[in-house]
Design a protein around this ligand. Structure first.
Ligand SMILES: Cc1cc2nc3c(=O)[nH]c(=O)nc-3n(C[C@H](O)[C@H](O)[C@H](O)COP(=O)(O)OP(=O)(O)OC[C@H]3O[C@@H](n4cnc5c(N)ncnc54)[C@H](O)[C@@H]3O)c2cc1C
Length: 342
């Protein structure tokens, strides 16, 4: 089959890899060079994990998470850092108890702790759920490894903006993994928002952490060789202007990140080494949208906010969808409510 994949972010790259490895003649298109900083797949570090605070995503991750080790082995690149992940919440909220029950039920290893194996402070009324089989992936290495495997399997890259769905009608199958741009290109109701991250001077050695049940912030240990650690803002930011190449840092978000560094690490005056904004692509229900837009056209998009950790699994899923061997979960279906014309 001749397949066109639009978008060389992590989703498109992964689709191209798995489609090419399945023997399809695959061409990957992108308006920019891979690794650019205008979309969602950059930023140095992304959380990968084996658990969510809900059973639906946790069950999917049992299949998806091992594919990071598979990517590491297949590419020969060191890209996954299994440092563990801590979900922090007020004990009184009952949220850590609820999460523990889900993990217990699905057999995901975890510990419920009142202190973390790191320099990070929990307050007296906080508890953390620590999942050791989690950590972070290097965005540079993951994209490089995925594209290398795609090329090795015969995929080719074309630096070209695709202007419409039907521009690629010569191909037997079209896969649109256009990130935040998918809304306008495909006529889908998606909202791109600006999310700020900051690198704070200092050393943090410990698990990735998510303040997942409250103000929705998260952070990482230092990347090897770096003297700063990253904290990110997950709660909804303002709408992004995709016509512009500016990705302005949001000062209110940055101030929240600095406050978190003070609170968690007892740093009196946190020094912001650098800050940047990246794009989340939000759907009406925060579920991904993966499915056939029409016969011969697959959409893989709106995975922002939390899609990165699923990228190898989504790539493999799309290669199986191409031959009718698999279907995505119904929760990800594209319905009339997602289409702008409806
Ligand atoms: C700040 C931030 C932190 C995040 N943290 C995490 C995390 O810790 N863990 C996690 O699991 N997820 C995380 N995510 C979400 C994750 O990064 C995204 O789900 C994922 O990167 C989306 O990848 P993508 O390939 O769909 O989009 P993108 O990376 O945006 O790629 C889309 C590509 O399509 C190209 N394109 C668009 N339109 C066209 C066109 N018409 N023609 C040709 N090319 C086109 C673009 O140039 C772009 O390269 C985070 C996102 C952000 C913004």
């Amino acid at each position: 089959m001749r397949v066109a994949v639009v978008g060389a972010g992590i989703m498109g790259a992964s689709c191209a890899r798995w489609l090419a490895e399945a023997g399809h003649e695959t061409t990957l298109f992108d308006a920019h060079q891979p690794g650019h900083v205008l979309g969602s797949s950059h930023g140095g570090q992304k959380i990968v994990r084996q658990a969510y605070p809900d059973p639906f995503h946790t069950a999917l991750l049992l299949e998806a998470h091992p594919l990071w080790r598979e990517l590491e082995e297949a590419s020969g690149l060191e890209l996954y850092h299994e440092v563990g992940l801590a979900y922090i919440a007020a004990t009184s909220s009952g949220q850590t108890r609820e999460m523990a029950a889900i993990l217990e039920h699905l057999g995901v290893p975890y510990q419920e702790v009142a202190a973390l194996p790191s320099s990070m402070s929990l307050s007296a009324d906080e508890t953390a759920i620590l999942t050791p089989e989690a950590g972070w992936v290097s965005t540079v290495q993951a994209l490089a490894g995925t594209l290398m495997l795609a090329r090795r399997a015969g995929a080719s890259f074309v630096h070209q903006k695709v202007e419409s769905v039907h521009e690629l009608d010569d191909f037997d199958l079209r896969v649109f993994a256009a990130g935040a741009w998918a809304g306008r290109l495909l006529g889908l109701r998606l909202v791109p928002t600006l999310q700020t991250s900051a690198y704070i001077r200092g050393r943090y050695e410990g698990p990735v952490w998510i303040e997942g049940f409250g103000p929705e912030l998260y952070g990482f240990p230092n990347e090897p060789g770096s003297d700063a650690f990253k904290i990110g803002f997950h709660a909804t930011g303002p709408e992004a202007n995709l016509e512009s190449t500016a990705r302005p840092v949001q000062n209110d978000q940055l101030a929240t990140l600095v406050e978190l560094a003070k609170q968690r690490f007892m740093i009196q005056e946190p020094e912001v080494v650098s800050a940047f904004a990246c794009i989340y692509t939000r759907t009406r229900d925060e579920h991904f949208r993966i499915g056939f837009l029409e016969p011969g056209t697959i959409v893989v998009s709106a995975c922002s906010g939390h899609g990165y950790k699923f990228a190898p699994w989504i790539g493999r899923m799309v290669s199986r969808m191409a031959t009718g061997e698999a279907q995505p979960p119904p929760e990800f279906a594209i319905t009339e409510a997602d289409r702008i014309s409806s």
